[in-house]
Design a protein around this ligand. Sequence first.
Ligand SMILES: [Mn+2]
Length: 285
Amino acid sequence: MMLPNIETFIGCESSFEEASVVLYGAPFDSTTSFRPGARFGPSAMRHESFGLETYSPYQDRDLMDIRAFDSGDLELCFGSSEMALSDIEKRAEEILNAGKFPLLLGGEHLVTLAAVRAAAAKYPDLHIIHFDAHADLRDDYLGAKLSHACVLRRCHEILGDNHIHQFCIRSGEREEFQFARKHTDFHPFTFEGLKETVRELKEKQVPVYFTIDLDCLDPSVFPGTGTPEAGGVSFVELLEAIRTVSQVNLVGADVNELAPMLDASGVSTATACKVLRELLLAVAK
Ligand SMILES: [Mn+2]
């Protein structure tokens, strides 16, 4: 029997019914402030994932041992952020309501807001662990409230003070840094303090959403992104941090801001694929 050529992320071959983790792609980059291209991130990751092994020697786990389903990319309206967010939120809600773990592939970072809206509706005491070079706490960007530069500020409006835990942040306006020191659990530059944060969240057993902006990585290992910022973490540091975060009660996650065409070497896409493999293996029950 011949089957249609449907490309999934490597090792994500379960049916929706069997799966514990469901991937969904949001190829959206309409509010990118500098270099666009993140809309091509999810499809590039699927395509290039076949250069990876399904086995992770770091975790001694294999994608073939977990049950993950790749639901493909949403068809999103590039002209309306609100319409795009609404479609992403509906998909996240559908996955959550089926009792499965939604894992979103961006896209620019604004897509996280939709997933957080869905998760917060189900889990009112939601916390966010946020890895990023940028604080993303602007109240508006050139007058727009819906921008990838404002996404964590919009999340703060939903979740309130001390529910957002930020790491590796090394860029933003002075006002964003002042806002962070007042309203979020703020850890600039590195993952310092992550173990303590994870211990507290684990003790409280609160639901946690995990958002990884890949530009937390140093541009020397991850140049393929819209707003690269020197002074980032290494791949190995990120991997260890992901494994630390996986100890909390995670209810959803995303990997965002890969713009594959901005790195002709393909290394950024390969790195993003490896981050996703490790994240999948860390979160799959
Ligand atoms: Mn960023």
